[in-house]
Write a protein that binds this ligand. Structure first.
Ligand code: F2R
Ligand code: MG
Ligand code: MG
Length: 363
């Protein structure tokens, strides 16, 4: 993996980015949830735009937007790190299961519920075994690992090897299929790259994709020119498609259909993580003002339909880590469930990370 310089973020910027990322993930989930599973017509795209406009109106108060499994599990990952700064994956698994049985009606995937039940029955003896047995041993390729990974990307923002190890283990508690795991790694890397961008600097979207292509290489099969082996590099292929789509600057229905056909919008990690990255990069490429990037990215993610809560949540985590809390609309934040607790959680996660760093320096 690429070794890079520590960012020169001061404490204020670190806090803005931690909060921006976790609030971004929450907002995407809460705003996308009402549309999950929908096909979005041209008329509904206008309804979604009006929905955002209304939520952004100062002092608008509607029914609080409820979060789903995406946020419930993200909160568990963050809590595990806050409680035990040296990552404890058994604790993480216990928190997932406890949370599910407390509030089972948050829209969890069918397979993951079976994993939770098996984990509980086995008393967490081997936390990776239940997930590895699913789908005749191939494991889940759903986006459930990627949708909850943001706290780890923040916590290990400057420690590539630890990040890969921790994100892999955190994902394998429920998702052992390589596509499920690599989707979580790609989501982590996208958040990490945004996090490392100097606050206020514009992103070069093409370089952003190049860097992701480079970082994903060790996790996918290599080309063997001598033997003409079949290539298996599904995420890198999606990243190449993103590069291609980003060269298309005009907006029309054809491009919209092409995004759905090539990147996808469903609950598999392969057909949702690259889509979220594209939603973010498209907004960066087309939005002149930093203050509008988050909204444009998340609104576009929802207009794609399909797995709207999850794609919008992953887009929100990436965009929020880039723009920081200050460029998320305050009124929209206040209309989402547990927004205050999310801010507190982001601050506690940053404090846990700072304590861990101080302890390492002193030991
Ligand atoms: N589950 C949902 N949405 C369904 C509707 C919810 C409804 N609104 C409600 O309120 O009840 N959303 C959430 O699930 C997605 C994340 O899923 P996760 O955590 O990856 O779950 P799971 O169960 O592991 O996988 C999901 C489905 O994918 C298919 N699948 C996975 N691996 C497979 C494999 N190897 N072979 C074949 N199929 C595989 C299965 O159908 C799984 O049930 C997010 O959208 C989140 O919001
Ligand atoms: Mg959900
Ligand atoms: Mg979903």
């Amino acid at each position: 993996m690429i070794r890079r310089m520590m960012p020169t973020h001061n404490c204020e910027v670190l806090r803005k980015k931690f909060r921006g990322c976790l609030l971004g993930s929450l907002l995407g989930d809460c705003l996308g949830a009402p549309f999950e599973g929908d096909f979005i017509s041209a008329g509904e795209k206008i309804v979604i735009k009006n929905y955002f406009d209304k939520l952004e109106t100062p002092d608008f108060k509607g029914p609080i937007k409820q979060y789903t499994d995406d946020t419930a599990m993200t909160r568990c990952v963050a809590k595990a790190l806050i409680d035990k700064p040296e990552p404890d994956f058994t604790l993480m698994a216990k928190l997932f299961v406890k949370e599910y049985f407390l509030e089972p009606k948050r829209g969890y995937g069918q397979n993951v519920i079976t994993v939770f039940k098996k984990l509980k029955q086995s008393r967490f003896q081997d936390i990776f075994k239940p997930a590895s047995e699913q789908f005749n041993g191939s494991g889940s390729l759903g986006n459930g690992g990627a949708m909850r990974i943001a706290p780890l990307a923040l916590y290990f923002f400057d420690k590539d090897d630890l990040l890969v190890d921790a994100a892999t283990k955190a994902t394998k508690i429920t998702h052992t299929h390589p596509l499920g795991v690599n989707g979580a790694l790609l989501q982590c890397m996208a958040i990490q790259q945004c996090f490392m961008t100097k606050h206020g600097d514009k992103i070069d979207v093409h370089k952003f994709v190049e860097e992701l292509l480079h970082k994903m290489k060790p996790f996918e099969y290599e080309e063997d020119e001598d033997f003409e082996e079949i290539l298996e590099k599904p995420y890198r292929e999606k990243l190449l498609l993103i590069q291609n789509l980003l060269h298309r600057t005009y907006e029309n229905d054809e491009l919209y259909d092409e995004v759905l056909e090539t990147l996808g919008n469903n609950i598999s990690a392969l057909e949702s993580v690259p889509t979220a990255i594209y939603c973010f990069l498209k907004a960066c490429a087309e939005t002149p003002e930093m203050k509008d990037i988050f909204r444009n990215a998340v609104e576009y993610a929802i207009t794609l339909g399909g797995d709207t809560d999850t794609i919008a949540s992953m887009t929100g985590a990436i965009a929020g880590a880039y723009v920081g809390e200050e460029h998320l609309n305050k009124n929209v934040i206040e209309n989402c469930e547990k927004h205050k607790e999310t801010i507190e959680m982001a601050d506690n996660l940053l404090a846990a990370r700072q304590e861990e760093t101080a302890e390492m320096k002193n030991s």
